[in-house]
Unconditional design. Structure first.
Length: 208
């Protein structure tokens, strides 16, 4: 084989090798990005699950304390560890922030007790809609650190399910927004007869 032909074959083989290396590099880069996306989405789902569990635990703790009235000035725990204590644990275990694998950023009341947690990650979340009703206000938020899991939740208050909304509804005077209309049910006075199981005024007896 002539030397010039050998050089042409060697050059073609070298070029093919370079192209193969470039293709492999691009493939590995895409695979790495896909893997990173999958891992981030998994952490995101974990963040939502852990955060909701903590939010529910804070609610259960607050309701329990208010019913017991043991510590009237304390509605929230001082630490997450308090939520895991026997004989009535409200949280299975103390979770870490899955996005950073570290401590949460805590939302505290005026006494320093924990009423909410949020991630310390400033990354943008993949999930932007279709959140559970308890955290529906997360829709469209730009950072994981904007996802605040707290009690009472703004979503519950907006839907009228939060404690303040429920307490406020009972004190709305007639004729105001949110009050029962003219044809709505009326609660029976303490000494008046009522229909069993409803608390509504019983109809007057028919004339004989």
């Amino acid at each position: 084989m002539r030397p010039s032909l050998l050089r042409d074959v060697s050059g073609s083989a070298y070029l093919a090798l370079l192209i193969s290396i470039v293709i492999m590099g691009l493939t590995l880069t895409l695979a790495a990005k896909q893997l990173s996306t999958v891992m981030t989405r998994a952490k995101e789902a974990d963040l939502l699950a852990r955060g909701l569990e903590i939010q529910n635990a804070l609610e259960a703790y607050a309701v329990s304390v208010q019913k017991a009235r043991v510590t009237p000035n304390q509605t929230y725990p001082s630490t997450l560890e308090e939520l895991t204590r026997l004989p009535k644990p409200f949280l299975r275990r103390v979770y870490t922030d899955p996005m950073t694998n570290g401590e949460w950023d805590y939302l505290r009341d005026e006494r320093g007790h924990i009423r909410g947690v949020k991630s310390r990650s400033g990354k943008a979340p993949f999930k932007q809609r279709d959140f559970p009703a308890a955290v529906g206000h997360f829709q469209g938020l730009g950072h994981y650190s904007d996802w605040v899991f707290q009690y009472p939740s703004p979503s519950s208050l907006q839907s009228g399910q939060g404690p303040r909304a429920m307490q406020g509804a009972a004190s709305i005077p007639p004729g105001q927004p949110g009050a029962p209309g003219p044809g709505g049910p009326r609660l029976a006075p303490p000494d008046s007869p009522s229909t069993p199981g409803t608390g509504l005024n019983a109809p007057p007896p028919a004339p004989r």
